[in-house]
Design a protein around this ligand. Structure first.
Ligand code: HEM
Length: 537
């Protein structure tokens, strides 16, 4: 229903209204005035000074002077493409989200892949997490799944995010991204925030070196909530599975490519789409009924934990195809604004403390990155569902809302937008029962930092283990302070003593001084459950 005869989605058609074709047109100023001279400024005499009066020169230069906007505070380097999503079967038993009901409904999407730490001009093939952010332009408004290519995260509480990013980014005094001291800050953060151990295992693995954005998994990371028409809730985790499979580069390849072709991943995506070789990703969900929340020996709201797929299988429910490159990188990829808080009826949040903090951060940063409160009017950010409310004014306002009034329940015009009851599709927050004291603390159920890190290590083949050990050695080899190197070795003995011993070789440290290995206590996936009952029937 969203696609017309030319296979254009509703979003394609919307964007076309904003596309300008300059081909063969008159050159004008921004005021529409035809310009007769575009190479020589207005001067007093042929060899004299330029005149302030030259409005065309002033406008051209002023606009150029302001071409740059701040890059994203994280995920600054990214690359995006258009596409569409279709569900394979109705998910109505679990969620009332309209775009997940009907296999014939085509939902337009825009996806932006990114690295996290590097600046906008950094190389593609660095050891880093990759962002995998999807905006679904649904008939009920925009739904954003702002995920990564790894299923867990470094920290459990958003309060730590600025500290974490400060430890990852170049240091304030010299801004040298690969300075040895920058490695000191990152690893120093890790040893003082042991909840990062599981994510570090992923980051040191080949998952950090994707061969192609087309061959990369995606994860929503957090636990979200599905709600069906009857109000029944399921906890849900989201997955993207690339149809081409998951493939990585070798470390040596990444090093050479970063020098010879720093745009390796973005070029690959662009070329694949240009040649009609459209990247595809299947969409999967893991679901746990609300009443099974405490059936596991890890906290299902802890973003440093996976839900082992052996006990909570990934149900594949649909497919996304990326089939159109951007017309304008800045207008689309750079100006798109994702936000985990952009949801549609049938999808809700949980009390994952990392997610809760993200719900604040994204709009806040975009207010300065995109220059004020009206960035939802930028073409790439516009919903294809109609937008009506009493908000008005602000920097760069495009919409001309008709007066005379802009407040609710007024007795003058009486025609301002009205709230929509939930049964007619108005968003209703889940009425979760919550009670407790106000505390600044972490639940004990979040305090196991090593079992799943060990599970990850134990699931690796010998070659993959070798790559992980080499990655630790390379990264730690750049850490100047010996005591930090030693602390990392000792920390990872909690994950696996063989891993820690192997890391310690060749980086000027001694084998771990901390004995014991979490792997001896964990490993089989079923030990992750408190009960034998499988949560999904
Ligand atoms: C981008 C904050 C955790 C995925 C961003 C941006 C901020 C931010 C401020 C820049 C947004 C912009 O300028 O438009 C945070 C905070 C986090 C957090 C405070 C934790 C408390 C995560 C996690 C994931 C994630 C856990 C993955 C599940 C992304 C992605 C982008 C991004 C993919 C880039 C979006 C794009 O392509 O434009 N984040 N983030 N972030 N974040 Fe997070």
């Amino acid at each position: 229903p969203n696609v017309n005869n030319q296979n254009k989605t509703s979003k394609d058609q919307q964007l076309e209204q904003f596309t300008v074709d300059n081909d063969g047109k008159n050159l004008t100023t921004n005021q529409g005035l035809n310009v007769s001279e575009d190479e020589h400024s207005l001067k007093v005499g042929e060899r004299g000074p330029t005149l302030m009066e030259d409005f065309h020169f002033r406008e051209k230069m002023t606009h150029f002077d302001h071409e740059r906007i701040p890059e994203r505070i994280v995920h600054a380097r990214g690359f995006g493409a258009h596409g569409y999503f279709q569900v394979y079967e109705s998910m109505k038993d679990y969620t009332k989200a309209k775009f997940l009901q009907d296999p014939s409904v085509v939902t337009p999407v825009f996806v932006r892949f990114s690295t996290v730490a590097g600046s906008r001009g950094s190389a593609d093939t660095v050891r880093d997490v990759r962002g995998f952010a999807t905006k679904f332009y649904t008939e009920e408004g925009n739904y954003d799944l702002v995920g990564n290519n790894m299923p867990v995260f470094f920290i459990q509480d958003a309060m730590k995010f600025p500290d974490f990013i400060h430890a990852v980014k170049p240091e304030p005094h010299n801004e040298i991204p690969q300075a040895q001291s920058a490695h000191d800050t990152f690893w120093d953060f890790v040893v003082h925030n042991t909840e990062s151990a599981h994510m570090i295992m992923w980051a040191m693995s080949d998952r950090s070196l994707p061969r192609s954005f087309r061959m990369m998994e995606g994860f929503g990371v957090h636990t979200f909530r599905f709600l069906n028409e009857e109000g029944k809730a399921h906890f849900v985790k989201f997955h993207w599975k690339p149809v081409l499979g998951t493939h990585s580069l070798l470390w040596d390849e990444t090093q050479k490519l970063a020098g010879k072709d720093p745009d390796f991943n973005r070029r690959d995506l662009w070329d694949a789409i240009e040649s009609g070789n459209y990247p595809e990703y299947e969409f999967g969900v893991q679901m746990i009924p609300e009443e099974a929340e405490f059936d596991f020996n890890f906290d299902i709201l802890d973003p440093t934990k996976v839900w082992p797929e052996e006990i909570i299988p990934v149900k594949i429910i649909g497919k996304m195809t990326l089939n159109r490159n951007t017309d304008n990188f800045f207008a689309e990829t750079e100006q798109i604004a994702f936000h985990p808080g952009h949801v549609v009826p049938g999808i809700d949040f949980t009390n994952d403390p990392l997610l809760q903090g993200r719900l604040f951060s994204y709009t806040d940063t975009q207010l300065s990155r995109l220059g004020g409160p009206n960035f939802h009017e930028i073409p790439i950010n516009r919903s294809v569902a109609p937008v009506h409310n009493n908000q008005r004014d602000g920097m760069h306002r495009m919409t001309i809302n008709k007066g005379p009034v802009s407040y609710h329940k007024n007795g003058i015009a009486g025609n301002t937008p009205k709230p929509v009851p939930p049964e007619k599709g108005g968003y209703e927050h889940y009425t979760e029962k919550v009670e407790g004291r106000k505390v600044q603390a972490r639940s004990d159920s979040f305090k196991d930092h090593f079992s799943q890190a060990a599970m990850f290590w134990n699931s690796m083949s010998d070659v993959e283990k070798m790559h992980i050990v080499s990655a630790f050695q390379f990264e730690l080899g750049k850490v100047q302070r010996k005591e930090i190197r030693q602390q990392v070795v000792d920390l990872f003995a909690h994950v696996d003593s063989d891993l820690a011993t192997r890391i310690s070789e060749g980086i000027g440290t001694i084998p771990p001084q901390t004995s014991g290995s979490a792997s001896s206590e964990s490993s089989p996936a079923l030990s992750m459950m408190n009960t034998v009952k499988l949560p999904l029937t």
